[in-house]
Design a protein around this ligand. Structure first.
Ligand code: AMP
Ligand code: FES
Ligand code: ZN
Length: 336
């Protein structure tokens, strides 16, 4: 197999593009795709500082690498979820990446913000772990961006992530999620940072190849709470489709974004205001994140959860009956 560009030995075949590349030309292809996506979708202007949310995985570190190389002003944001070895190792990967490039890394710990790490939060909320975790990540990303003067947060969501989310929302005909699924989540309130996904046209296999060829040391293990998640089975189904018909994932997602999403968007409007406690956006009076911190604090004496500063704030004694609804409202507002 020969490289389409230089005729040298190809290291990667991209069936959906009906092409193959050598290492150097693949890296150029990957950079070009990312930067073209940023330009075409008006994600970022050249001089706009961007906060890159890095998990220690291949996608977000590959994205940070491309943005740094292209000369964007960036900082990384690592959110320490407190998930045992998984968090320790992924944090170490982010720190090593940043140190190797003399880049700034901001670390925020969920335990300090909510009062406990995700494993303890999981026990007290009886919510699906990923729901409380996703809420915490989105909240912290937005707040860290505002606190540190960034108007934009970039995440490493790739084509496989986005197509799997779309398949899940379509199977449930979840109109709110469909309306909000976009690679550029524009600001609808002064307290929201723009959220962008510059890798959404690149597949997981392509980001893995980029990270490998660039010698990026990333964490391969998945979060232990992700085992058995429906998003994984959706990815498997899409991979089978892609095998028999290369390009299916991209046409499913891109076709939706171009032709179907505007129809769902038309019916969507949410009234956002500021949380009475923390000032971040919410559809109610107190945001879902503050309620989550309350819930953890209340459970602390029972479960001996170590408390952090946020959870020691005076809290509203109202029961948390609305938490489930708020969690889902918040995940809609800041749809992943
Ligand atoms: P995931 O939801 O784990 O597939 O992650 C999607 C994207 O969210 C990643 O590519 C990162 O940009 C971001 N992200 C996930 N986990 C973290 C974390 N612990 N800290 C910062 N960003 C994260
Ligand atoms: Fe959040 Fe696994 S990363 S539950
Ligand atoms: Zn709040």
């Amino acid at each position: 197999m020969k490289c389409r560009k230089c005729g040298g030995r190809a290291v990667l075949e991209l069936r959906r593009h009906n092409t193959a590349f050598c290492a150097g030309d693949f890296l150029d292809f990957f950079r070009h795709q990312t930067l073209e996506t940023i330009r075409r979708w008006k994600m970022l202007s050249r001089d706009e500082p961007v906060l890159v949310a890095v998990s220690g995985g291949k996608d977000s570190l590959a994205l940070w690498d491309v943005l740094l190389e292209a000369g964007y002003t960036t900082a990384g944001l690592y959110i320490d979820l407190g998930i045992f070895d998984y968090s320790r190792e992924s944090k170490a990967r982010c720190q090593a990446f940043a140190a190797g490039r003399d880049a700034r890394l901001i670390v925020v710990s969920v335990a300090e913000e909510v009062g406990a790490g995700i494993p303890q939060v999981k026990d007290v909320t009886r919510r699906p772990t990923c729901s409380a975790c996703g809420l915490s990540k989105r909240y912290i990303m937005n707040r860290a961006a505002l606190d540190h003067g960034f108007g934009v947060v970039a995440t490493g969501h790739n084509l496989d992530d986005e197509a799997a989310t779309l398949l899940g929302s379509t199977l449930r005909w979840d109109e709110s999620s469909l309306a909000r699924q976009t690679p550029v989540l524009e600001v609808t309130h002064p307290k929201l940072a723009r959220r962008i996904k510059p890798l959404f046209r690149l597949s997981e296999r392509e980001t893995a190849a980029y990270a490998f060829l660039r010698g990026i040391d990333y964490i391969v293990e998945e979060c232990p709470f992700a085992r058995g998640a429906t998003s994984i089975s959706h990815k498997e189904v899409l991979n089978r489709l892609e095998d028999v018909s290369p390009g299916s994932k991209a046409s499913f997602l891109l076709g939706f974004l171009e032709r179907a999403r505007p129809r769902f968007q038309a019916g969507e409007s949410v009234d956002l205001r500021e949380c009475l406690r923390c000032g971040q956006t919410t559809t109610g009076e107190v945001c879902a994140f503050c309620k989550l911190a309350d819930q953890v604090r209340r459970a602390a004496p029972r479960s001996a959860v170590p408390l952090g500063s946020a959870a020691l704030e005076p809290t509203d004694p109202a029961p948390l009956r609305g938490l489930a609804a708020d969690l889902s409202a918040a995940s809609e507002i800041h749809a992943s």
